[in-house]
Design a binder for this molecule. Sequence first.
Ligand code: ATR
Length: 277
Amino acid sequence: MEEIFGVIGDPIGHSMSPLIHNDAFKHHHIKGVYLPFQVKQEHLKEAVEGIKALGIKGLNVTIPHKVSIMPMLDEIDESARLIGAVNTVQNRDGKLIGYNTDGVGFYKSIKPFVQKEHSEAQVLLIGAGGAARAILTTLAKEGFVNIDLVNRTKERAQQLKELCPFQINGKIYSLEEFRHTVKIYDLIVQTTSIGMSPHVHAKPLELSGLIHEQTVVTDIIYNPLQTAFLKEAKKLGAKTVDGVGMFVHQAAQAFQLWTGIEPNVQRMKNIVYEKLR
Ligand code: ATR
């Protein structure tokens, strides 16, 4: 019998998750099907009951349900507890367990490129939303300690630092304050929606004076693939990592949780690139 998997969110029409998971099921000879489910906020509770009633094996959870689904689940794994959000649900014999694979997905996407010792690396994190929280928590857990935060609303960056369950050093800036800063970073992470299609020319900040040739610059946006921010980073000689890396690695981690099989990440990447190019 085919097992059922899916993603719940609203909107959900543009999700590329069904494409990569269905291909992975086929490629790894698993009898599974992955579907998009558009679930409105007011129907989330019924949808969660439906997971159990219908015997759905696993789900990804996206905007706007990542936080509100937490009290509806039977168990929250440490990965989701630390980040304060769930992006993956596993149905283990009728018990729903919430995980978060966004943070580790991000970390896996940058890990091969970061040369410096984590504890020595100077990191700049741009943004203070849900994605920034998953990334900050994971970087801090992985031993990065020098992390500066910059956000349009400085108070949100302050709150983000307070929510981080691991000790970090670093300054907090508003975008305005940061304009006058000169500092060389080893890793720069862009997590805001600035530069997302259709606003493809927008950039959160100027990179000149902030990077050296080993600096890793990453943008979690993947539409467009090369944001104006990444283009500038490349022009200045930095190593760049696009947002496809985080997307496919979070998917691969979820796939592994559900099936016990480590999927082919390069295959997932190729599918996404083909779709976006
Ligand atoms: P997500 O959960 O995807 O991270 P979010 O919680 O809405 O999304 O956070 C979006 C981030 O992008 C925030 O850091 C937000 O800055 P504020 O905290 O000041 O709102 C940032 N952001 C979005 N649009 C922006 C814009 N036009 N200029 C500057 N920052 C912006």
